[in-house]
Ligand binder design. Structure first.
Ligand code: NDP
Length: 289
């Protein structure tokens, strides 16, 4: 068997076109969605991510504002910037690029973002809403994965879904979304005793550890849908995922490539969350005070 490749580039382009249409509708009503991205310091990977996000925003017709702050910015200065953006009516989505320099408390910074502008979906109240089945913003990476599964017509009701990696930004919200879709969810972490025994049960396997090649073909159930979230730089400088693609594609029914899989979907869903925030702001402005 050779797995079907789930092309995140093609699907994300379709989603971006839909977003651009929604932006046009908003503009006809006098509103342009605005996304502010705050970058502290000069981490090279973060700079690339921020550049890509800003370019995608501009292409979709958004107002894109990038706030670049030096690495020695104090936490209070960053909080002040976030507060100003909270008050700015031209900005509907705020994203603080992680990781922040070590002298900053990321949790506190994220909690300072207004929950209704938290397009990353990391704010504690958005995490709580997701957990209780009333999501306002779904975190972009798991949200993009749900769109990929939907586009592949993967039946999730009663399916065994196994997630390897339990971070707040990928694994945990992924578990909530799959659970809400009716899957039976197993969430693995670095202490999981027999990882292969877990992954081999999976109809849907999501891998997000940052450990290249942690999942190999022999750990995959024949015909399973495999979603590789990992982005790792190989020794040859090329990007690789967490799944050993060579061996996995011989067993899986469908698989996402790296690059060109989950990565482009994450940016597309950031645009979706921002346009939704702008639509909600417009609706709220029409309601009597
Ligand atoms: P974190 O480092 O925050 O979390 C990693 C998770 O993997 C932890 O829960 C950890 O367990 C678990 N883990 C580590 N080793 C093992 C192991 N041997 N067996 C089972 N679980 C293990 O990573 P992120 O979630 O932020 O990112 C994961 C990967 O996804 C990275 O490569 C990152 O670059 C990529 N990424 C890609 C995105 C995209 O758009 N494509 C977006 C976000 C991330 P424990 O909790 O026990 O420590």
């Amino acid at each position: 068997m050779t797995a079907r490749i789930i092309d995140g580039k093609v699907l994300s382009d379709t989603i971006k076109t839909e977003v651009a249409q929604r932006v046009q509708k908003l503009q006809q009503q006098g509103m342009t969605p605005g996304l502010a991205v705050v970058l502290v310091g000069e981490d090279p990977a973060s700079q690339v991510y921020v550049r890509n996000k800003a370019a995608a925003c501009e292409k979709a017709g958004f107002l894109s504002r990038v706030v670049r702050l030096p690495a020695d910015t104090t936490q209070q200065q960053l909080l002040d910037v976030v507060q100003e953006l909270n008050q700015d009516d031209a900005i509907h989505g705020i994203l603080v690029q992680l990781p922040l320099p070590p002298h900053m408390d990321s949790g506190l910074v994220i909690e300072t973002i207004a929950a209704n502008k938290d397009v990353d979906g990391f704010h504690i109240s958005n995490a709580g809403l997701l957990m209780t089945g009333r999501p306002l913003f779904r975190p972009c990476t798991p949200y993009g994965i749900m769109k990929m599964l939907e586009s592949e017509n993967v039946g999730l009701r009663g399916a065994e879904a196994v997630i390897v990696g339990a971070s707040n930004i990928v694994g945990k919200p992924m578990a909530m979304l799959l659970l809400a879709a009716g899957a039976t969810v197993t969430l693995c972490n670095s202490k999981t005793r027999d990882l292969a025994a877990q992954t081999r049960r999976a109809d849907v396997l999501v891998v997000a550890t940052g450990k290249p090649g942690i999942v190999t073909g022999d750990m995959i159930k024949p015909g399973a849908v495999v979603i590789d979230v990992g982005i790792n730089r190989g020794t040859d400088g090329k990007l690789v995922g967490d799944v050993d693609f060579e061996s996995a594609q011989k067993v899986a029914g469908a698989i996402t490539p790296v690059p060109g899989g989950v990565g482009p979907m994450t940016i597309a869903m950031l645009l979706v969350n921002t346009v939704e925030a702008a639509e909600r702001a417009l609706q709220a402005s029409h309601q009597p005070a």
